[in-house]
Ligand binder design. Structure first.
Ligand code: CP
Ligand code: NVA
Length: 305
């Protein structure tokens, strides 16, 4: 049995297998061909935090695959009244063929894995967002056709789930990754340590700087995320400190002329990204959002079938 708790759970080969299958399923869906590979299967989806993309793309994805998904808000489950995550995992595994969970504390994902007899998919924790990173690199592969000599520049809050998973995936696939973040919110050494072996094996250039202008110079992709992730308490201070890291027209002008703009969404327009950049033709943000559906269908097939 296989889980997807973090990028490290998938080998480079399994990541490519996911991309190839996502491409195939996307084409089938666009042609209107049935692809009910999970007929009769159920996915239990636990949400401790709000969601638009993750919730809808997993649910629609299960329907398109011939299965069924259940939206379970943590506050409506007995979890909200103190039933443990371990007992919840034991019980849900008796009914469903897989469990997707969005949690505050990554330890909950680990506890689900320890107590579940069905695959667990991390739909975002405080530490990682692997479904997002897989979608992001798949989207880049679709648009740029190759990862060779490609550089992704991440600008903004380096100390969050999306950045962590993006760095880990770039290291695993050998894609150059530069982060431009204030020293206070830079990617933690713990994450770099996790990527160490991949970085040396793949020869990928992974750098963490604090000058956004330097980071976007010659970038093929500029990526940003909210300055205040769900569950952060220090929002006012963060917004103030991150102001110089806004992805705006002046910053984008320093990158390659064919640079593509990405954001995992939800965006806070006027904070980490301006309307002008978000709605520009170089933005592939909504293709990226759509691809959550296709990548997650591939993940579901690989784990649940
Ligand atoms: N990007 C992402 O996970 O979006 P949601 O929070 O809407 O699921
Ligand atoms: N880093 C963001 C991602 C939202 C999808 C958060 O955790 O809120």
């Amino acid at each position: 049995m296989k889980h997807l708790t973090t990028i490290q759970d998938f080998t480079k080969e399994e990541i490519w297998q996911t991309f190839e299958l996502a491409k195939e399923l996307k084409e089938k869906q666009k042609r209107g061909e049935p692809h009910e590979l999970l007929r009769g299967k159920s996915l239990a989806m636990i949400f401790q935090k709000p969601s638009t993309r993750t919730r809808v793309s997993f649910e629609v994805g299960m329907t398109q695959l011939g299965g069924h998904a259940l939206y379970l808000s943590a506050s409506d489950l007995q979890l909200g009244r103190g039933e443990t995550i371990s007992d919840t995992a034991k019980v849900l595994s008796r009914y469903a063929n897989g469990i997707m969970a969005r949690v505050f504390n990554h330890q909950d994902i680990i506890d689900l894995c320890k107590n579940s007899t069905v695959p667990i998919i991390n739909g975002l924790s405080d530490k990682f967002h692997p479904c997002q990173a897989l979608t992001d690199l798949f989207t880049i592969w679709e648009h740029k056709k190759t990862f060779n000599n490609l550089t992704i520049a991440f600008i903004g809050d380096g100390d969050n789930n999306v950045t962590n998973s993006l760095l880990l995936l770039c290291a695993r696939l050998g894609v150059n990754f530069s982060a431009g973040c204030p020293k206070k919110y830079k990617i933690k050494q713990e994450i770099l340590d996790l990527a160490k072996e991949d970085i040396s094996r793949a020869n990928a250039k992974i750098e963490i700087l604090d000058n956004p202008k330097k980071v976007v110079k010659n970038a093929d992709i500029i990526y940003t995320d909210t300055w205040v992730s769900m569950g952060r308490e220090d929002s006012e201070e963060r917004i103030e400190n991150l102001k110089p890291y806004q992805v705006n027209k002046a910053l984008v002008a320093l990158a390659k002329p064919d640079v593509k703009i990405m954001h995992c969404l939800p965006a806070h327009r006027g904070q980490e990204i301006t309307d002008e950049v978000m709605d520009h033709q170089s933005s592939i943000i909504f293709d990226q959002a759509e691809n959550r559906l296709h990548i997650q269908k591939a993940i579901l097939v690989l784990l649940l079938k």
